[in-house]
Design a protein around this ligand. Structure first.
Ligand code: KIV
Length: 279
């Protein structure tokens, strides 16, 4: 499907939305898939305009938006709220919403209810679930009922307490378990899988064995695509700074803008003539 839209300059442009089949083709054609997390309308719009393929409304919002130490407190209502805003700002990218901690515990029908709410109320196109072999039955149930699912294996942040922290997974023989998880997720019908916090060699092996795209975060360059948390990319969050999180803005850039505003208000430089209405 193509959509006619107006660009900022007013000239018509054709937007070809990213869909599940488009992502499968990108894997086959070795076109790297670009994904970033998004949590609101304004940033979704910028990321979409920049050409990001997948906007992931991650439950990382529990940490970078809400200030919790983990993603666990995030609720389904909150995920729907943020995803709705992201969808409003998106024309081209595929929008995926994380199912939060606890959403999977009720099994197939309960998870289906949560996923149906997400898709109907937010307008996004897919959900993401953390876990491998253990939740493959749930993934299968959702896919059989037409809910596109993205998997997530390796370092799964919802398991932070079981894992004993945000630690790299799959070193040495542990790698076989992560590979089995990724294969189970694919076998269950997921259209893509996030590989988080695993050795690059393992991610390369998994990417070579899967026919669905792998989207890496802290998993090296051989994955079919990459995802970053937007607040890491923009250096907006410094409570936890993972080694893999490249910062594309200087650390103090946004703080610098706020500092300048504070100074200008205090010194009377702002508002100037150009920001003032005549009588
Ligand atoms: O919640 C999130 O942002 C995620 C990404 C880190 C993949 O799951």
């Amino acid at each position: 499907m193509t959509t006619q839209v107006n660009t900022a300059s007013g000239s018509p442009a054709v937007v070809v939305p990213v869909t599940v089949p488009v992502l499968q083709r990108m894997k086959r054609e070795h076109t790297r898939i670009v994904s970033v997390t998004a949590y609101d309308f304004s940033f979704a719009r910028l990321l979409d305009r920049a050409g990001v393929d997948i906007l992931l409304v991650g439950d990382s919002l529990g940490m970078v938006i809400q200030g919790h130490a983990t993603t666990l407190p995030v609720t389904l209502e909150q995920m729907i709220y943020h995803t709705t805003a992201v969808v409003r700002g998106t024309r081209r990218a595929l929008v995926v919403c994380d199912l939060p901690f606890g959403a999977c515990h009720g099994g197939g029908v309960a998870v289906m209810d949560a996923a149906v709410r997400v898709l109907k109320e937010s307008g996004c196109q897919a959900v993401k679930l953390e876990g491998g072999v253990r939740i493959s039955g749930t993934i299968r149930y959702l896919v059989e009922h037409d809910v596109p699912v993205m998997g997530h294996v390796g370092l799964t942040p919802q398991a932070v307490h079981r894992l004993g922290g945000f630690k790299v997974q799959g070193r040495g023989e542990e790698g076989e378990r992560i590979l089995a998880d990724a294969l189970a997720v694919q076998e269950a019908g997921a259209f893509a899988v996030v590989l988080e916090g695993i050795p690059a060699t393992l991610a390369e092996r998994i990417t070579g064995q899967l026919t669905i795209p792998t989207i890496g975060i802290g998993a090296g360059v051989a994955c079919d695509g990459q995802v970053l948390v937007m607040h890491d990319l923009l250096a907006l969050y410094d409570e936890v700074v993972p080694r893999f999180a490249k910062r594309y803005l200087p650390q103090d850039m946004v703080l610098g803008a706020f500092n300048a505003y504070v100074q200008e208000v205090r010194s009377g430089l702002f508002p100037g003539e150009e920001h003032t209405f005549a009588g």
